[in-house]
Design a protein around this ligand. Structure first.
Ligand code: URA
Length: 267
């Protein structure tokens, strides 16, 4: 950049370059954008390949560093006997580059004995500031929806696929999801809820390891198999941020909430 530029020109230059938020004192280089947008692969299949695998696609689709980060995330999870242990381990984990740009680690929040566990995609700006999931506009809508079926957010356990905010809320990469997925799965094991509600297609694709659009998944009972082999009923629904932009879809989300209420009152 030209050293003779004034502050205004420098800020204009940043804005033109797409920088809309300050997340550190010192600028750092952004990665080159992907040349082509590819449909995400089922992440668990790629991440589950052992690091020493000679299968070519594993090394090309997911960098070796990511594979070993997945492995160490899985190993760390096995050491966590409680949510407090796991939270401390996630906070100390350095295998995901998102942590470098995030302000806080946003671990799941709520009751250790929750009957209902809810999963979003990733923290936004408000959550990154506070360290608590779903506290911004989406969180307020979610709270209202839960209240409508007689649940307080503190009775539930609310978490995200990623514990760190992707810069500028960009879509998480396959690698970031693969590295963080063991942390989500361990939270599910430790809470052992009666039912799971997944908010939005990308969180559902990550946990259920499929590429289905949310429009096809929502409204049906699905299943998630915990590490102990026991199955938990899962309902995928629209993400509250999507509902804020598309209020015409709120009726369907309401039907999903009622379906969840019915499931929990039958148990
Ligand atoms: N959106 C999410 O998916 N998670 C949050 O915690 C906040 C907004």
């Amino acid at each position: 950049m030209n050293e003779n530029l004034g502050i205004k020109e420098i800020l204009d230059w940043y804005i033109t370059a797409g920088v809309d938020e300050i997340c550190g004192e010192v600028p750092f280089a952004l990665a080159e954008p992907e040349q082509e947008v590819r449909k995400p692969l089922p992440v668990a299949a790629v991440a589950a390949r052992p690091a020493e695998s000679s299968a070519r696609p594993a090394t090309t689709e997911l960098a070796q560093a990511t594979i070993s980060a997945c492995q160490s995330a899985r190993e760390l999870c096995m050491k966590a006997e409680t949510l407090a242990d796991l939270k401390a381990l996630v906070e100390g984990f350095d295998g995901c580059a998102l942590k470098l740009t995030a302000n806080k680690t946003v671990f799941g929040y709520g009751s250790e004995n929750a009957r209902l566990l809810l999963i979003g995609e990733a923290p936004g700006a408000d959550e990154d500031r506070s360290g608590v999931p779903f506290v911004g506009r989406s969180g307020h809508l979610l709270e209202k929806m839960l209240k409508a079926i007689g649940f307080d957010r503190d009775d539930c356990f609310i978490t995200n696929v990623l514990p760190w905010r992707p810069p500028g809320n960009r879509t998480p990469t396959e690698g970031e999801i693969a590295v963080c997925l063991p942390f989500l799965k361990r939270q599910i094991d430790l809470v052992s809820p009666e039912a799971i509600m997944i908010l939005g297609g990308s969180a559902a694709n990550a946990l259920l390891d499929n590429g289905e659009p949310i429009s096809k998944m929502r409204g049906k009972w699905l299943e998630y198999k915990k590490t102990d082999g026991n199955k938990v009923p899962v309902l995928a629904s629209f993400h509250p941020a999507y509902l804020l932009r598309n209020s015409g879809q709120k009726a369907k989300a309401w039907v999903d909430m009622l379906r969840m209420k019915q499931k929990l009152s039958n148990n």
